[in-house]
Ligand binder design. Structure first.
Ligand code: ZN
Ligand code: ZN
Length: 342
């Protein structure tokens, strides 16, 4: 079968390798669509932190397909079922897994980072990670389940309430999927904040009501839009030092900030020492998503409550991975989610 390998930083290649088989407790999935993510670009650039990558690797952690073979002991999902794949492989037995916090499993193991991922024709996966979905849901949309679960984690942890004003820092894929989640709470305003206006149209299609760029003096703008208070909830999905600092400044007194962006490189940020106490800020760091949230995200996408479709902007055959990586890197045109199809 064909698969894209990143052998080492800056070394990607399409290779022909033996098709995997479903081992005990596993199913073999024929990949229908795999989303490209900025973290795939980090693998290519070699900037992903050490425990979170093992080279050589077949990337792809946002994918779905059809079960074509079941291994010994597997009763479901059945052959022929469409499935979306949970990316993390939690052990189900450690301290965190037993509390349902499977995103914090003591053993980090994830498709596309430490296990062969979806940039391939077939992947063998543990049966409990293959979540069936209805034939009425397209593969393209189902491929967004994984990033939607990441975004949902931030919005749900922030404890959004109906009528809240939310600010989204970083209108990329995760930020805009956060918009889709925020809409479930009938927000008063959804204010997006970007570095440029490239994604403005896409952001408005997702439901953003005000779009600001960094040169607009966003803190003053957000205060003006909220009777001088600031945003009730801030969802940071940009992954830069500036974005994190800005998130704290955009929140109102007593507001909540959910940080989902990863800066990398163990960078330090200067913060006003009393900003958390004096502002009574609630701050949540959110890493990945739990098994139950993945399942919940898939159901919400399947029944159309979580509308993620405007995000699908590009599709390429797997063989054109190099062009697709280049598009993701250059952002020379508005890019939502790029899908690769084996
Ligand atoms: Zn991703
Ligand atoms: Zn565990």
């Amino acid at each position: 079968m064909k698969a894209v390998f990143i052998n080492a930083p800056h070394q990607a290649a399409l290779r022909d390798i033996a098709q995997p088989a479903a081992g005990p407790g596993q199913v073999l999935v024929r990949v229908a669509a795999a989303g490209m993510c900025m973290s795939d670009l980090e693998i290519l650039k070699g900037i992903r932190p050490e425990p979170y990558i093992k080279y050589p690797i077949i990337p792809g952690h946002e994918w779905c397909g059809t079960v074509v073979e079941t291994g010994p002991g597997v009763t479901r999902p059945a052959v022929g079922q469409r499935v979306a794949i949970e990316g993390l492989n939690p052990c189900r037995t450690c301290f965190w897994c037993q509390r349902g916090e499977t995103n914090l499993c003591v053993t980090y193991n994830e498709f596309g980072f430490t296990l062969p991922g979806g940039y391939a024709e077939y992947v063998a996966v543990r049966a409990d990670l293959a979540h069936p979905f209805a034939d009425t849901l397209s593969f393209d949309v189902a491929a967004l389940t994984e990033p939607a679960a990441c975004a949902g984690h931030g919005i749900l942890r922030a404890g959004m309430r109906p009528g809240d004003t939310i600010a989204i820092v970083g209108p990329g894929t995760i930020g805009l999927l956060g918009v889709a989640w925020a809409r479930l709470f009938s927000p008063r305003r959804i204010i997006a904040l970007g570095i440029d206006r490239m994604n403005e149209r896409l952001a408005r299609m997702m439901g953003v009501t005000e779009y600001l760029v960094i040169d607009d003096d966003p803190v003053s703008c957000v205060r003006e839009l909220t009777d001088g208070r600031g945003a009730d909830v801030v969802f940071e999905a940009a992954g830069s030092e500036t974005a994190i600092q800005l998130a704290f400044d955009l929140a109102r007194r007593g507001g909540t900030v959910a940080l989902a962006g990863i800066v990398g490189g163990q960078r330090q940020i200067p913060l006003e020492s009393d900003i958390f106490c004096l502002k009574n800020l609630h701050v949540h760091g959110v890493f990945s998503y739990t098994s139950s949230l993945f399942a919940q995200s898939l159901r919400l996408i399947e029944n159309g409550l979580l509308d993620v479709r405007p995000l699908l902007t590009h599709t390429f055959p797997l063989a054109e991975y190099s062009y697709a990586f280049d598009l993701l890197r250059s952002r020379r045109e508005p890019v939502g989610k790029i899908l690769l199809k084996p």
